[in-house]
Design a protein around this ligand. Structure first.
Ligand SMILES: [Zn+2]
Ligand SMILES: [Zn+2]
Length: 248
């Protein structure tokens, strides 16, 4: 078994370096999971010629706009451009239902709510394990240190284990999240350790702790300018928009 990771968007909220806001697509032979949906995600899907209707579930790490705002565009496209015939799962931290309602009704008050297709919304609590669609994926939730609702996910999918931090400052919970995983996808907004910590990881902290991180591969994203300027000094892969990684 294997899983394909498509890096649709690898940037931060400011689109530093011209990178699209965060969105990752995890695909197996029978399941497609979108993790986060930034403002540019629908455009990125179309650029990569991926039909949004192939997505079975959307999983959010938190509700900041660069991870969540594009949900309304994705949802709207499933009404008009890629008419959806089946349910769509929206999964994310507690507050997901209210945030979706707020986003949809604020953006297009005459179109929402609607029942063009069924949106199943499931809210995830920290320190829990959830199964998606008859074990097509198993998701373990780890609290992250960023927004109050922020969750990191350890996703067992296609026989592999992918750990995704979402946005967070460095903390030891990242070591737990990554334990025994095939891949850690870690945010890396800063190059140097910020003093005081302000909600994002730095390359210095990830590098300093890398011997404690028990994973086969560390991939960084959500890089701000400073990281991109120092990229030749960074020991780990910095994902680019459009990168595809097969984990076999
Ligand atoms: Zn972000
Ligand atoms: Zn954030």
């Amino acid at each position: 078994m294997s899983v394909k990771i498509t890096f649709l968007g690898t940037g931060d909220a400011s689109n530093s370096g011209g990178r699209a806001q965060q969105a990752l697509l995890l695909t197996t032979s029978n399941f497609t999971l979108l993790v986060d949906c930034g403002a540019n995600t629908l455009q990125r899907l179309q650029k990569m010629q991926i039909d949004p209707n192939t997505i079975d579930a959307v999983l959010f790490t938190h509700f900041h706009a660069d991870h969540f705002l594009g949900t309304v565009h994705l949802d709207l496209s499933l009404i008009f451009d890629f008419p959806r015939k089946r349910n769509l799962l929206y999964l994310g931290p507690v507050g997901l239902k209210e945030r979706c309602q707020q986003l949809f009704s604020l953006s297009y008050p005459r179109l929402y709510p609607n029942d063009n297709f069924v949106r199943e919304m499931v809210e995830y609590a920290p320190h829990q394990k959830y199964t998606i669609l008859d074990n097509k994926a198993i998701v373990e939730t780890f609290p992250m240190e960023h927004a109050p609702e922020s969750l990191g996910y350890r996703i067992s999918i296609g026989g592999k284990c992918i750990a995704i931090t979402g946005d967070t400052q460095w903390h030891d919970g990242i070591v737990d999240l990554a334990k025994d995983s095939d891949c850690l996808i870690c945010e890396c907004f800063h190059y140097k350790k910020p003093q005081p910590r302000i909600g994002h990881c730095s390359y210095e902290e990830i590098h300093e702790n890398s011997t404690r991180i028990d994973t086969k591969k560390i991939i960084l994203l959500h890089a701000h300018r400073e990281v991109l300027e120092h990229r030749e000094k960074v020991d780990f892969t910095i994902a680019n928009d459009g990168d595809i990684l097969d984990i076999e």
